[in-house]
Design a protein around this ligand. Structure first.
Ligand code: GDP
Length: 311
């Protein structure tokens, strides 16, 4: 079984490749729920939904999030009642939020909800939230704390990040099945996701980091940074403002002790010795997942790396 720690867009592209090269029933996704948000009275789980839509072949290919061909009539109309318009929740996307919210109100735990949603989209993978309880990412900006979606969507990441906090993480417990998946997996894969706000919250749930340190699984991370740049999103700016190298080496240092194999892009080949000096095996390949073939090729390299065993 392959356990994948997953954020949103970067993770979903990788997972689209993984399910082409291994049996999807052999894939357990551990999804970041710390950027969940309450909007219009509804519970929205952006990262979980991006992954579900991507694996269902329904994601908007232009944005990497939301549903292809969705419209925004409801959020447009909600402005009449004074709701803010900055959060783009499509009309069809809303159906997911409505159903999730109803189940939460009925007391259904998040791990059952996520599995039900994934099944409703005919996914064969196992999908788990990192925890059943609320954890919320807050960005520490120059003028104080900012809820994550405000930073990401309303402010379009245009604020210096001085710190990242995960409210509720200390009291959280891993969702049922998460620790077992990490302990029993043949490979634990850290998707090419934002290390601070996608993977960071998962690792902040007590118990997860410890099991990752001890598991017999081969632990593999794919760098989301290529040639000193992100493909998309604020990970580069965060690496810089939080005092890290904006490079695959900077990412590898963050994951030191947690990964056996680091996969970096061809463009970063020269960095391989520095990464190996951190005590990891470094694999160099094309990591730009611009089409299905490239997604599958990266997944194949990752699966092959898992044959190598624990360092
Ligand atoms: P978010 O929660 O939607 O921001 O998504 P993630 O945290 O899963 O992914 C964001 C990261 O994915 C960014 O840092 C991107 O650089 C990275 N990413 C997106 N597409 C690719 C790709 O094709 N290759 C690699 N290596 N990284 C990618």
């Amino acid at each position: 079984m392959y356990a994948v720690l997953a954020g949103g867009v970067g993770a979903s592209r990788f997972l689209q490749g993984l399910v082409q090269v291994v049996d999807p029933t052999e894939v357990t996704i551990i999804s970041n729920t710390a950027d969940d948000v309450e909007m219009f009275g509804l519970h929205v789980s952006p990262d979980t939904d991006i992954v579900i839509y991507a694996l269902a072949g329904a994601v908007n290919p232009e944005t990497g999030w939301g549903l292809a061909g969705d419209t925004f009539a409801v959020v447009d109309q909600l402005q009449r009642f004074g709701y803010p318009r900055w959060f783009n929740l499509g009309d069809r996307d809303l159906a997911m939020a409505i159903h999730r919210t109803r189940l939460l109100r009925e007391g259904v735990p998040m791990h059952e909800i996520v599995q039900e949603l994934a099944r409703a989209w005919d996914l064969e993978v196992h999908m788990l939230p990192m925890t059943d309880t609320p954890v919320r990412t807050r960005i520490l900006g120059p003028e104080g704390e900012i809820p994550f979606q405000e930073y990401m969507v309303r402010m379009r990441t245009g604020v210096e990040v001085r710190g990242v906090e995960f409210e509720g993480a200390e009291q959280a417990q891993p969702a049922p099945g998460v620790l077992e998946a990490l302990a029993e997996a043949k490979a634990v894969i850290i998707a090419p996701s934002n290390p601070f706000v996608s993977i960071g919250p998962i690792l902040a749930v007590p118990g997860i980091r410890e099991v990752l340190e001890q598991t017999q699984a081969t632990r593999i991370a794919i760098s989301p940074i290529i040639a000193g740049e992100v493909v998309k999103g604020p990970a580069g700016k965060m690496l810089a403002s939080l005092g890290h190298d904006v490079s695959a080496v900077g990412v590898a240092r963050i994951y030191r002790g947690l990964v056996d194999v680091m996969i970096i892009d061809e463009q970063d080949r020269a960095l391989a010795p520095e990464i190996e000096a951190l005590g990891m095996r470094c694999i160099v390949t094309d990591t730009i997942m611009s089409d299905d073939g490239k997604k599958a090729a990266l997944a194949r390299v990752t699966v092959e790396a898992s044959e190598g065993g624990h360092a």
